[in-house]
Design a protein around this ligand. Structure first.
Ligand code: ZN
Ligand code: ZN
Ligand code: ZN
Length: 244
């Protein structure tokens, strides 16, 4: 948090230095990025990503889409002469597409200024879809009243920015090895699972390992939080790699 001097913000443990919530998924030959917040450019540089197959968006809050201007680097990554622009695929729901048209209006005009990002928006909903023949299962969750999508890739499911998972959707979360779920702090929050609620959901889903994401500085430092979590539940951290 800008300007904050709390024990988390001043921690010397690199696992307490958090950029905006995002994940890179390598699955069945695909390289996919989930969400592209304001730290997207830094995250792509840090991970050495040169040309992912697509970005999947959970919802249109700025901490999840604010970095999409930098997709323009991927428009030209297939051509080192920077002459051939390939529109970059972004999979999201119709309401997210509507928001992107407003936020990144300059990319959607009839004659855009040279060099603006070129998006290829692919509409999805809560039904399974495929990219290059690989099936991805969206999970409908709610972020206060806003419908958001989580995603399942084989034995891993990723759910962020939710405080409610409808009963029926729990069927899509059976038999997981890895489950990623959001929480921001202890105690009630209007649009995110509290730590207590996230633990409850994790126990119900029963994945072999659960990772908590979207953590704020209102939770304890990594080491302290890990020590108090039940067996099989861990805080995620920036740069964490998980095999699945
Ligand atoms: Zn702080
Ligand atoms: Zn959100
Ligand atoms: Zn968020």
């Amino acid at each position: 948090m800008i300007g904050c001097r709390c024990p988390v913000c001043t921690s010397s443990d690199s696992r307490d230095k958090r950029l905006r919530t995002s994940a890179l998924i390598r699955y069945e030959g695909l390289e996919l990025v989930i969400d592209a917040g304001p730290d997207f450019r830094q995250q792509m540089l840090r991970a050495g990503i040169s040309h992912p197959d697509a970005i999947l968006l959970t919802h249109h809050h700025i901490d999840h889409v604010g970095g999409l201007d930098d997709v323009r680097a991927f428009n030209y990554s297939a051509d080192t002469s920077y002459k051939v622009c390939t529109p970059f695929p972004i999979y999201c729901e119709e309401r997210v597409q509507d928001a992107l048209h407003k936020m990144f209006y300059y990319a959607f005009t009839d004659h855009p200024y040279p060099g603006v990002p070129d998006y290829r928006l692919e509409k999805i909903d809560e039904r399974p879809f495929s990219i290059k023949g690989v099936e991805i299962v969206p999970i409908r969750v709610f972020h206060y009243k806003l419908p958001v999508l989580g995603f399942r890739f084989g034995s891993l499911a990723y759910v962020t920015d939710a405080n409610r998972i409808p009963e029926d959707e729990f069927d899509k979360l059976k038999g997981l090895d890895i489950f990623v779920i959001n929480t921001v702090r202890r105690g009630h929050h209007i649009s995110h699972f509290s730590l207590e609620e996230a633990i409850e959901v994790a126990k119900r889903v029963g994945a072999k390992r659960t990772f908590l994401t979207h953590l704020s500085h209102q939770l304890p430092r990594y080491e302290e939080l890990l020590a108090e979590l039940p067996e099989g539940i861990e805080p995620a951290w920036d740069g964490l790699k998980i095999d699945f």
